[in-house]
Design a binder for this molecule. Structure first.
Ligand SMILES: *Cc1c(COP(=O)(O)O)cnc(C)c1O
Length: 384
């Protein structure tokens, strides 16, 4: 396949001769109205009705018992790890094939990542690889799951639902139960993605969503912690709002808190975006279908949702036959004003994580060299 035919295909699909971004937000609904309301009410900051409304809407949409809004997705993940009991010096198993935020959150808990390979089924953390790593390097003793070489406690497993494709969660949960680990889902990319009918982020003990500008819906910047119980949700609300005991005038804080609350101004945007999320999801699924048809029968493999899942198709991706084909496609599309992107460099190549423990990363390395992300913004012309 010639890359220029891909450029033509994308331009035809978007009916545009201008620059085509990778993922751009649209604000055609009540965004201006709600944001203006916050300004006129003066409640732009940490208190206001939109924060509560947005949390309840996310709960209704995901089926999560309690969702707590935060200032961004990294903050949500940081809080989720704190709630999972991750402490200084602990180890946390995650994928090297992820956006750096996953590892930054770990790092700032004082924990070290252990990188394990991703699965060809989902491009997300591979349960078999996690189990194999633990079998080789870990033991269960009175302290829980301990790394045999370093003596560090292994506390949690953090799968990231890559590009919105749900990880194999039943199998990961089984591994976590066997090894007494907490499952924390990095669901930053997977709002609107379902695993066997259940929304991603509601299976693990704690999960994080992101509403950054490039995500499926945006609040400008924002995130959400999804909790399995009301009680843990209340605790998350408490620690993300400085852990202050309610009192009319006294300041008393009963644990080290975060100031991670989402401003009402941002939540207003989120409420408007939630009114159109179903449309975005339909448009993105339609677009993914067009890409899938375009690549069918070629030696470029479109990344489709796993059979057990319904993906939000946040970022469309294709696996090229070799690295040079991928690099050519990257150059030709970007030169032609059609934005495409390679996947993130693997985390163990970054200076702060190059010493991290790791298992085989063979499939992650293959994906790193062969994958390209394609323009994925929803658009009104994608009618089902
Ligand atoms: C976007 C993203 C986050 C969180 O990002 P924020 O910009 O802090 O909202 C975390 N993990 C992954 C994998 C992401 O893609």
């Amino acid at each position: 396949m010639k890359p220029f035919s891909l450029v033509e295909f994308i331009r035809d699909t978007y009916q545009s001769s201008e620059f085509i971004p990778l993922h751009a937000p649209t604000f055609d609904g009540n965004e201006k109205k709600y944001v203006t309301e916050t300004i006129e009410s003066t409640f732009v900051s940490s208190v206001g009705k939109f924060v509560d409304d947005f949390e309840r809407q996310i709960e209704a949409f995901t089926g999560s018992p309690r969702a707590v809004a935060t200032v961004n997705g990294t903050a949500a993940l940081h809080t989720a790890l704190y709630m999972a009991g991750v402490e200084r010096g602990d180890l946390v198993i995650t994928q090297a094939l992820t956006f750096v935020a996953t590892c930054n959150a770990l790092y700032h808990m004082g924990a070290d990542p252990v990188f394990v390979d991703v699965s060809p089924v989902s491009l997300s953390l591979c349960p078999k690889a996690v189990d194999a790593y633990l079998t080789e390097y870990a033991e269960l003793n009175d302290f829980g799951c301990v790394h045999r070489q370093t003596g560090q406690k292994i506390k949690a497993v953090v799968p990231m639902h890559t590009f919105g494709h749900p990880a194999e969660l039943d199998e990961l949960m089984a591994v976590c139960l066997r090894w007494k680990l907490v499952l924390v889902e990095d669901a930053a990319e997977s709002l609107g993605s379902f695993y066997k009918g259940q929304h991603t982020g509601t299976i693990g003990d704690f999960s994080a969503l992101s509403f950054n500008g490039n995500k499926i819906i945006t609040t400008g910047g924002g995130g959400m912690v999804l909790c399995k119980t009301q009680a843990s949700g209340q605790h998350v609300k408490h620690v993300t709002t400085t852990a202050k005991k309610p009192h009319p005038y006294e300041f008393y804080h009963d644990e080290p808190g975060f100031n991670y609350r989402m401003p009402n101004l941002n939540a207003a945007l989120g409420c408007a975006q939630m009114e159109v999320i179903e449309t975005y999801l339909q448009q993105k699924r339609y677009l993914a279908g067009l890409y899938q048809d375009f690549f069918a029968g070629s030696d470029y493999a479109f990344v489709a949702e796993p059979e057990y899942a319904q993906s939000n198709y946040w970022l469309n991706a294709v696996i090229c036959p070799d690295k040079s084909a991928r690099d050519t496609m990257l150059k030709e599309t970007n030169d032609a004003g059609v934005m495409t992107r390679p996947i993130w460099q693997l985390m163990h190549r970054l200076p702060m994580f190059e010493q991290a423990l790791r298992g085989s990363l063979a499939y992650s390395e293959f994906i790193e060299a062969h994958l390209i992300n394609l323009p994925s913004s929803p658009a009104d012309i994608f009618r089902v």
